[in-house]
Ligand binder design. Structure first.
Ligand SMILES: O=C(O)c1ccccc1N[C@@H]1O[C@H](COP(=O)(O)O)[C@@H](O)[C@H]1O
Length: 204
């Protein structure tokens, strides 16, 4: 199971999550977000094990490539209306493509769109709402329990210790934690992260 903690804005949170065994650390490159970070600061963050994941909303391929190189990113989370062609141009092995189930009338229509993107990304991230991210709202687990998709998909949207037990029943291959493990936007609550990890991995 992959666990990502997103919205890193402080070195102490990067170090804490890396030491705890979090797999992916998310850095948001979106000026309208309270979690937006500067490329140079991200370049200075050097986790030992966790992969650095940049989150992009509006940027095109060339800009994403430049930021990825400058900030030393391992993975790219495309959290806007990015196309299959853009994912392929950036490299499927490093792309996490966000999709929004609430845009689809049925879970079957969602699954067929996920299949279109599958060859263009390493994983699909399902978030709440119809666009953007960091809303702090959650998807309904009962809808996702019926989802049939052979490609790895991760779950996002208001995840935290309060709902992870039920969210685990969706069968997601990964969980992306953000506002649900914060004390304020961009300020991670270490106890909530520890508790979330315990619920997901069953470790103290
Ligand atoms: O967190 C943000 O501010 C943000 C802004 C723009 C795009 C994505 C953003 N965050 C990502 O959104 C999901 C869900 O977040 P939340 O748990 O609902 O707060 C997650 O992948 C964040 O990485």
């Amino acid at each position: 199971m992959i666990i990502k903690v997103c919205g890193m804005t402080r070195a102490e949170d990067v170090e804490f999550c890396d030491a705890l065994g979090i797999d992916l650390l998310g850095f948001i490159f979106y000026p309208e977000s309270p979690r937006n970070v500067a490329q140079d600061w991200v370049a200075a963050q050097k986790p030992g094990r966790a992969l650095k994941t940049g989150v992009f909303v509006r940027q095109g391929v060339e800009e994403i490539r430049a930021i990825a190189t400058g900030a030393g990113l391992d993975l790219l989370q495309l959290h806007g209306g990015h196309t299959v062609e853009q994912c392929l141009a950036l490299g499927p092995e490093r792309v996490i493509k966000t999709m929004w189930p609430e845009r689809y009338p049925t879970v079957e229509r969602l699954a067929s769109d996920m299949l279109l993107f599958a060859p263009a990304c390493r994983a699909i991230l399902l978030d709440s709402g119809k666009s953007g991210g960091g809303h702090g709202r959650s998807l309904l687990p009962k809808d996702l329990q019926r989802l049939q998709c052979p490609h790895p998909w991760y779950l996002a949207g208001g995840l935290g210790p309060h709902n992870l037990t039920v969210m685990k029943t969706t069968g997601a291959a990964g969980f992306d934690l953000n506002s649900g493990v914060e004390s304020a936007p961009g300020i991670k609550d270490h106890e909530k992260i520890r508790h979330a990890l315990q619920l997901l991995r069953g470790k103290p």
